[in-house]
Ligand binder design. Structure first.
Ligand code: NAD
Length: 224
């Protein structure tokens, strides 16, 4: 699989480049200083695009992926509703998968949250997320995804410090006890591997807007 990376000079771009070189072919990538000609060259020579950048670049990638009819996997966060609407529009012509987190464990956490909510009806729910000081968005895309699993409102706390890769702590707090479900990414390799697995899967798909749930349901029969 020939992979083109959107956001290649970033932290995720570096992890994804390394992962791609181990298992697939790296065509190259684009960053904030890439010329329009270089963009064209990367996109048209790729079998699939993998994007970890900013919404503006992700949308440009989707537009170009549609032009060359190639699938796009995107992990970029901080999308507005309007950005998602444009992604959906592009996905009429190409397979496009977006996930704010490519870790299987985070998706299992979502399953557990749904189960807990059914039972712990009187408990309050909160999410504390911690990421590195350079992360731009808060709350994280993953915190928003986890909050969506629960019907009641979530209190969310975001901490930006040092080099933390990604911590999410979900607390169900009652009068006399508390249940905590947490996830910690030790590094970015897990996100890179998840994105490549989804990219491989997406290549055989019809045009459409896919989530990591669609991939998990088919690959590991995970009822998320
Ligand atoms: P980063 O700031 O280190 O890298 C951003 C990259 O985007 C850089 O290569 C930069 O040059 C590029 N870029 C910025 N503006 C651009 C433009 N206009 N055109 C082309 N390229 C442009 O960020 P990061 O830590 O690598 O994270 C990138 C994104 O991935 C963020 O949205 C982050 O939240 C998300 N992320 C998702 C997951 C996941 O599993 N889905 C995991 C980690 C990070």
């Amino acid at each position: 699989m020939k992979v083109g990376i959107i956001g290649i000079s970033g932290r995720m771009g570096a992890a994804l480049s390394q992962a791609t070189l181990k298992s697939d072919a790296l065509v190259g990538g684009v960053s904030s200083v890439t010329t329009p000609e270089e963009w064209e060259s990367v996109v048209k020579n790729s079998d699939v695009l993998a994007d970890f950048s900013v919404p503006e670049a992700a949308l440009r990638a989707a537009e170009m992926a549609r032009k060359y009819k190639i699938p796009l996997v995107s992990g970029t966060t901080n999308f507005s509703e309007n950005n998602f609407a444009r992604f959906r529009e592009y996905s009429r012509d190409i397979p496009l998968l977006h996930s704010s987190n490519f870790s299987v464990c985070v998706h299992l956490m979502a399953v557990l949250l749904k189960k807990c909510e059914k039972i712990l009806q009187d408990f309050d729910f909160s999410i504390t997320e911690r990421h590195n000081r350079r992360k731009k968005d808060a709350p994280s895309g993953t915190a928003l995804f986890l909050a969506k699993q629960i019907d009641k409102p979530a209190q969310t706390v975001s901490i930006r410090s040092g080099g933390i890769c990604g911590d999410h702590v979900c607390d169900f707090i009652g009068e006399n006890e508390m249940l905590t479900i947490s996830h910690r990414a030790f590094n970015r390799d897990i996100f890179a591997a998840g994105a490549l697995n989804c990219a491989r899967w997406l290549r055989g798909k019809n045009p459409g807007f896919y989530s990591m749930n669609d991939y998990l349901k088919e690959k590991i029969d995970c009822p998320i």
